[in-house]
Design a protein around this ligand. Structure first.
Ligand code: BGC
Length: 427
């Protein structure tokens, strides 16, 4: 049966600056990728050269039939040294926004997507109580000049990710190998001690004082992240009152089998519910989901052998999106934009199936009155998947990393057709 999505539904794809632009040399990740003993499989280098090729990439997105593009602005480019704002970098963002406008593509902009300026980390990073004000100052700078071109802004990408990182570290310390359970997959086995020595040299701090966004987080550090959102929101409202502001979170579909209910509820509280007060005044919720976690009496249940796994190691389970949207809307009465949802696979037929199943779930939620306003697939392009390098393929568009040649995959045309017709087949 055909299902028609509401008018003005945002159909698009997402990227993040560091994963696609290339030569993001002033950010913390660049340092970590290039350290001796690095945990990164390979450095980001020129990534997929999107800083240079953004125009044709956005043209390609629009030609597919998509009407929205989520991308991030890189703090380390805009403010390479504390208090010095780079005009050329602002000009670049202006060009990207102009390209979107000329193509009738609605931009959804993220102001922080995992990477931070190196100076911020040397100044105490995401455990410093000065960080919320510094972040708000950067956001105000960007939004006072570009806000009239930005209808939707996410302050921070996956503000709750440090919780997932802590979980992975604990599981690792207990001898488990749950590293595949979060987007930032980490291989902790590699030369930990050397790495931390190098890291501390690079930032001029003892290793335990190097606090990137993705380092293990104290309770106070968690508050600092969410407080950064609150202060940025207030600053943005002052300079760009028409922009809708949201916070992005990554949520698993937490499920349980008998005996695991309490732990599943605990995970939901830890990763989501405890942060609701910080989001009360937001205009929308930027929801991101990739899979599910099932809890039993002994804790997290490993993915059964007969279930398909994605290249990331977690379960192929597009049904999770519907469950997570329903759960989020129960606790947070706000419009929802799905700002990331996707699958790492070399078999594009699986991506097509994933999209269809995920969108059936979105349609069911909207039918039940949940205000889902858009679906932005991760990712527009095969890109730099953090520590895992370029091997994981999340893109709707294939990138040949030798030549930078782009080739849309069948899934890109598939999502484009859904977008153009604003309809999916639900049977
Ligand atoms: C992040 C992206 C990442 C994706 C896939 C999300 O958690 O926002 O940066 O590439 O997951 O792992």
């Amino acid at each position: 049966m055909p299902y028609q999505f509401p008018d003005h539904f945002l159909w698009g794809a997402s990227t993040a600056a560091h994963q696609v632009e290339g030569n993001n040399t002033n950010c913390d990740s660049w340092v970590m990728e290039n350290l001796k003993g690095t945990r990164y499989k390979e450095p980001s280098g020129i990534a997929v050269d999107h800083y240079r090729l953004y125009r044709e990439d956005i043209e390609r997105l629009a030609a597919l039939g998509l009407n929205s593009y989520r991308f991030s602005i890189e703090w380390a480019r805009i403010e390479p040294e504390e208090g010095r704002f780079d005009e050329a970098a602002m000009g670049h963002c202006r060009d990207v926004l102009r390209t979107c406008r000329n193509l009738n593509v609605t931009p959804v902009v993220t102001l922080h997507h995992f990477t931070s300026p190196q100076w911020l980390i040397s100044a105490g990073g995401w455990e410093s109580e000065d960080t919320p004000a510094r972040f708000a100052r950067y956001c105000a700078h960007v939004m006072s000049q570009l806000g009239d071109q930005i209808p939707y802004v996410c302050t921070i990408n996956e503000a709750n990710t440090p919780i997932g990182i802590d979980k992975v570290i604990k599981q690792f310390q207990q001898g488990g190998s749950a590293s595949a359970q979060v987007g930032m997959n980490m291989d902790f086995q590699e030369q930990m001690r050397n790495y931390y020595a190098e890291l501390s040299k690079a930032f001029g701090l003892p290793p335990q004082e190097v606090h990137t966004f993705l380092s293990p987080r104290s309770e106070e550090g968690l508050h600092i992240i969410f407080q950064s959102h609150v202060e940025a929101r207030a600053a943005i409202r002052q300079v760009s009152p028409n922009t809708k502001i949201g916070l992005s979170m990554s949520l698993f579909d937490f499920q349980s089998v008998p005996g695991g209910e309490e732990q599943a509820a605990h995970e939901l509280h830890e990763e989501f519910l405890q942060f609701l007060p910080y989001m009360e005044d937001d205009d929308f919720f930027a929801l991101q989901n990739y899979s599910r976690e099932i809890y039993g009496p002994e804790g997290l249940i490993p993915v059964p052998g007969d279930r398909e796994r994605t290249q990331m190691g977690y379960e192929f389970y597009p049904e999770a999106l519907e469950n997570v949207i329903r759960c989020a809307s129960k606790h947070l009465n706000k419009p929802i934009i799905v700002t990331e949802n996707g699958v790492a696979t070399d078999d594009d037929t699986h991506r097509v199936a994933f999209i269809d199943q995920a969108l059936k779930g979105v349609a069911a939620c909207i039918t039940d009155g949940i205000p889902v306003k858009g679906y932005l697939h991760w990712s527009l392009l095969d890109n730099f998947e953090w520590q895992l390098g370029f091997s994981k393929r999340f893109g709707l568009i294939e990138v040949d990393h030798q030549t930078q040649k782009r080739t849309p995959k069948p899934s890109a045309y598939h999502l484009g057709k859904i977008a153009r017709t604003n309809t999916i087949n639900t049977v």
